[in-house]
Design a protein around this ligand. Structure first.
Ligand SMILES: [Zn+2]
Length: 160
């Protein structure tokens, strides 16, 4: 896969960078940990200065992932499509201090593209994956509580 593995976030935003790529499951270790078996994801990452004058990354992605149905434990193919805007923050403190709805990530000179996409992907996955028309009897093994994917994503953000 010929694509830069990392970007300089601020430079990418200032120069209105555009990066298109495709990621497979082999680039996304946390997804493998979550039990996803197959994934193809096409993405476009763009940089811009937003209307608030802040550097920002835009990410649009689409593809599909194979998850385990939480009812029958069979495979379920889940279509993925998401689009997010991530404002680049200068420090961890700025992210913690903000009390608005803006999504932020810490700007870096060496931001892993795969990790960026994976963070958002984990948030986009369903809490309880299952077949739309599952063969298993309804009402068995109905999961609840926070999704493992979201827990992983939250963990990753804190570790940055
Ligand atoms: Zn099922």
């Amino acid at each position: 896969m010929l694509q830069p593995a990392a970007i300089d976030g601020l430079e990418f935003a200032r120069s209105a960078g555009v990066l298109k790529g495709r990621l497979g499951i082999e680039s996304l270790p946390r997804l493998v940990q979550s039990g996803c078996s197959g994934l193809v994801l096409d993405f476009v990452l763009t940089g811009e200065i937003n209307e608030r004058g802040k550097p920002e990354l835009g990410l649009e992605a689409s593809g599909s992932v194979r998850l385990q149905c939480q009812r029958c434990l069979g495979e379920v193919e889940y279509p993925l499509r998401f689009e997010v805007q991530l404002e680049l923050a200068a420090s961890e403190a700025e992210i913690l201090a903000a009390d608005d709805d803006v999504d932020r990530v810490l700007a870096g000179r060496d931001m892993s593209v795969a990790a960026l996409v994976e963070d958002e992907l984990l948030l986009a996955l369903p809490m309880v994956p299952k077949h739309e028309h599952c063969q298993a009897a309804a009402g068995t093994n109905e999961g609840s509580g926070p999704s493992a994917f979201q827990a992983l994503a939250a963990l990753k953000r804190l570790n940055k």
